[in-house]
Design a protein around this ligand. Structure first.
Ligand code: HEM
Length: 472
C-alpha cells in the first residue's frame, strides 16, 4: 500500500506521499480509523491506489455519499468481485455480493418481498419475544445464584441474535451444537478478509501459497454441508410444528417457479440463507452491545431510558413489541448508538460501472468505492457535539437511518441499501427495552469501561461487556 492522493483532474501531479499503513491485511480491519485520519488531511474524496493497479475511492462526507448513492446511484450499484467471497458464497450468488444486474435484481426481490417484508418480519414476533425472555431469564438465574457476579452481556447478545436468526431462517436453534456457531464466526471473518490478489493481480498467488484459499475452501465446504443438510431436512418434511421459516418460504417459491418454468438454483437458496446469517447476527448484536456500553458510561441517560420503559411496561412483566411504539427515547438511544458505532463503519464496498465524474474528479470504470459512515456520523460540520453520546439530538429531529439523510447512513442507501433494517431494529429495540426495564446495571468494582473496538467485518467491542446486574 503505497500512495494516496486527492488530485483534481488536470492539476499538476504532486500527490502527497503517505507512510505505508502496516500490512495489507489491516486495511480490511480497523481501516475506518486510518481512513478517517487520512480524510482529515486530504479531504472527503481520496483515491487510494494499490500497486498502481486497482483504484479505491474513499468517501468521507455526506455530500459525496449522496452523489454516490443517490445522484449517481446506478453508476455505483455494483459490488467489486472478491475471490474469497466467491469461494464462500457459491460464486457470489447471494444478494449482498452479487454483481449488479438481472440476477441480483431477482434475488434481491426474492429477499425483500418474501423474507424481509414488514409483514414477514412481524410474523416472527413470537420468536423474538421468546428469545428475549430467555435472555432475561438467564440473567435472573445468574443473579439468583450469585448476585455480585458480573454477567457477560456480550455473550448473551451474541446468543440472542444467533438464536433469533437461526429460528427465523431455519426453524430451530443450532447454538447448542456449538460447531455451527464457530463455523459461522469463521465464515463471517473470512468475508471481511482483505485479499491482496483482488487489488494487485500479479500477487494472485500469495493467498494460494500461504494457505488462505485452502482454509477458506475448507470453511466453505463445511458451511455448505451444514446448509445442505438444513435444506434436505426441510424437503423431507422432518421439521415439526412452529412457524414457516425462510427455508420453507424459499422452497415454496422454488416449487412455484419450477411450475412456471424459471426455477431458482439450489445454490441461490443456500447463498441467500447464508446472507441472512452473515448479515443479520453480528450486526444486530453489535448495536445492543454498544448501546449497553454507552448506557453504562452514561448513568443519567440510562436512568432516563429506564423511566420511559418502566412507565410503559406493565408491572415488571416482559415488555412486548406493541409497547415499543410508545418509547421514543429508546429509539433515540438506538439511533445515537448507530451514529457513533455503525456496525459496518465502511458499509459494503461498491464499484463504478462506467467512467464518470464525482464532484469534479474523474473516476474510472471499475473503481472500488468505500464509504466511511463512521467519519460521516461524526462530522462536526453536520453534528453538534459530534463525539458525545447524546440521544436527545434525535428527539425532535426527523433525521433517520433509512437512506434519505446522508449524514446518517449506517445501513447504506439506495437500491443496494440494507433490506434488513426492520428485522434488525425489531430485535434490537425489544432486547434493549427488556434489559433496561428489568434490571439496574453497574460496572464490576474496579473495572473501567473499555470502549475500544475489535477488528472485523462487523465492529464489536474489543473486550467483552461485563456488568453487575440487579433486578428492578
Ligand atoms: C444493525 C444491523 C444492520 C446493519 C447496520 C446493516 C448494514 C448494512 C449495510 C451498510 C449494507 C450495505 C448497504 C449499501 O451498500 O448501501 C447492508 C446490506 C445488506 N444487508 Fe444489512 N445491516 C444490518 C442488518 C441486516 C439484517 C438483519 C439483514 C437480514 C436478515 C441484512 C441483510 C442485508 C443484505 C441482504 C444486504 C445486501 C443488499 C444488496 O447488496 O442488495 N442486514 N447492510
Amino acid at each position: 500500500l503505497k500512495r494516496l492522493s486527492t488530485t483534481p483532474p488536470h492539476s499538476p501531479p504532486s500527490p502527497p506521499r503517505l507512510p505505508i499503513i502496516g500490512n495489507l491485511h489491516q486495511l480490511g480491519l480497523l481501516a475506518h480509523h486510518a481512513l478517517h485520519s487520512l480524510s482529515l488531511k486530504h479531504g472527503p474524496l481520496m483515491l487510494l491506489r494499490f500497486g498502481n493497479k486497482k483504484p479505491v475511492l474513499v468517501v468521507s462526507s455526506a455530500a459525496a455519499a449522496r452523489e454516490i448513492m443517490k445522484t449517481q446511484e446506478l453508476v455505483f450499484s455494483n459490488r467489486p468481485r472478491s475471490t474469497i467471497v466467491s469461494k464462500l458464497l457459491y460464486g457470489s450468488r447471494d444478494v449482498g455480493f452479487s454483481p449488479y444486474g438481472e440476477y441480483w435484481r431477482q434475488i434481491r426481490s426474492l429477499c425483500v418481498v418474501h423474507l424481509l417484508s414488514n409483514k414477514r418480519v412481524l410474523s416472527f414476533r413470537a420468536v423474538r419475544e421468546e428469545e428475549t425472555t430467555l435472555m432475561i431469564d438467564k440473567i435472573k438465574q445468574s443473579y439468583s445464584s450469585s448476585p455480585s457476579l458480573a454477567v457477560n452481556l456480550t455473550e448473551l447478545f451474541k446468543s440472542l441474535t444467533n438464536d433469533v436468526v437461526c429460528r427465523v431462517a431455519s426453524g430451530r436453534k443450532y447454538g447448542k451444537e456449538g460447531r455451527f456457531k464457530k463455523l459461522l464466526g469463521e465464515f463471517v471473518d473470512y468475508l471481511g478478509y482483505f485479499d491482496v490478489g483482488d487489488y494487485i493481480p500479479w500477487l494472485w498467488w500469495v493467498n494460494k501459497i500461504n494457505g488462505l484459499y485452502g482454509r477458506v475452501e475448507r470453511v466453505a465446504k463445511e458451511v455448505d454441508d451444514f446448509i445442505e443438510s438444513v435444506v434436505e431436512e426441510h424437503e423431507r418434511g422432518e421439521r415439526k410444528g412452529g412457524h414457516e421459516d425462510f427455508v420453507d418460504v424459499l422452497l415454496q417459491v422454488q416449487r412455484e417457479n419450477v411450475a412456471s418454468g424459471s426455477p431458482i438454483h439450489r445454490e441461490s437458496i443456500k447463498a441467500l440463507i447464508l446472507d441472512m446469517f452473515a448479515a443479520g447476527t453480528d450486526t444486530t448484536a453489535s448495536v445492543i452491545e454498544w448501546a449497553m456500553a454507552e448506557l453504562l458510561g452514561h448513568p443519567l441517560i440510562l436512568k432516563k431510558l429506564q423511566s420511559e420503559v418502566r412507565e410503559i411496561a406493565e408491572a415488571k412483566r416482559a415488555i412486548t413489541e406493541d409497547k415499543l411504539e410508545k418509547m421514543p427515547y429508546l429509539k433515540a438511544v438506538i439511533k445515537e448508538t448507530l451514529r457513533l458505532h455503525p456496525p459496518g463503519p465502511l458499509l459494503i464496498p461498491r464499484e463504478s460501472m462506467r467512467d464518470t465524474q464525482v464532484m469534479g474528479y474523474d473516476i474510472a470504470a471499475r473503481t472500488q468505492v468505500v464509504t466511511n459512515a463512521w467519519t460521516i456520523g461524526r462530522d462536526p460540520t453536520l453534528w453538534a457535539r459530534p463525539d458525545e453520546f447524546w440521544p436527545e439530538r434525535f428527539m425532535d429531529s426527523l433525521v433517520d437511518f433509512r437512506g434519505h439523510d446522508f449524514e446518517f447512513i449506517p445501513f447504506g442507501a439506495g437500491r443496494r441499501g440494507c433490506p434488513g433494517i426492520q428485522f434488525a431494529m425489531s430485535v434490537d429495540e425489544l432486547a434493549l427495552a427488556n434489559l433496561v426495564g428489568h434490571f439496574d446495571f453497574s460496572l464490576p468494582v474496579g473495572e473501567e469501561l473499555d470502549m475500544s473496538e475489535a477488528p472485523g467485518l462487523t465492529v464489536r467491542k474489543r473486550t467483552a461487556l461485563l456488568a453487575v446486574v440487579t433486578p428492578w
